[in-house]
Design a binder for this molecule. Structure first.
Ligand code: SF4
Ligand code: SF4
Length: 166
């Protein structure tokens, strides 16, 4: 397993190689077969990595929430929505809220997500490695390799499956 403290350094070292691998996949991979590999590896590595022991995405990425999701969370946690918006949240061009700082305020000091039962869609879907059409989202996949150890592992395994020469 990858040490989460070293992940960003390891992914940065691989950035050029990962970009070359992206171009290689564009020329060699069938989109549906690649999606199947992604989904199988997603399932394999999420059995090995437990998000509760990691929470790197909760610390490094801006969680985004719809108005409805924010309402649900505020009800669950008994928070004053207007106060939360004015003190902690920005609103983006698509009308979603996100925290002004990268670390999610719903993550407690013991790495527990306080809104577990009503997760925003952006948290449920991250890191998107089981979604369709990954061949057309490879820049995003490469970016996420420095945040999520599962993405890093998937990319490394795909290089072997596709006989990519480093
Ligand atoms: S809501 Fe929970 S899962 Fe989503 S970023 Fe915050 S702590 Fe992480
Ligand atoms: S970075 Fe990946 S492994 Fe870590 S908590 Fe997020 S989704 Fe789970």
């Amino acid at each position: 397993m990858i040490n989460i403290d070293e992940l960003a350094i390891m992914a940065n070292r691989k950035e050029d190689e990962n970009l070359r691998f992206r171009s290689y996949l564009k020329g060699h991979a069938d989109p549906d077969i690649l999606d199947r590999h992604f989904k199988e590896l997603h399932e394999k590595y999420f059995k090995i990595y437990n998000c509760k022991d990691c929470r790197n995405c909760c610390k490094k990425l801006n969680t985004s929430m719809t108005e409805e999701e924010l309402d649900t969370i505020c009800n669950k946690l008994n928070l004053d929505k207007e106060e939360l918006i004015s003190n902690e949240l920005d609103i983006n061009t698509s009308g979603k809220y996100s925290f002004k700082c990268n670390r999610c305020k719903f993550l407690d000091d013991d790495n527990n997500c306080l809104v577990n039962s009503c997760l925003p869609e952006s948290c449920r879907d991250y890191p998107y490695t089981n979604k369709s059409e990954r061949l057309f989202s490879l820049y995003g996949v490469i970016d996420n390799a420095s945040i999520c150890p599962v993405v890093y592992e998937i990319l490394e395994e795909l290089k072997k499956i596709y006989h990519f020469k480093r």
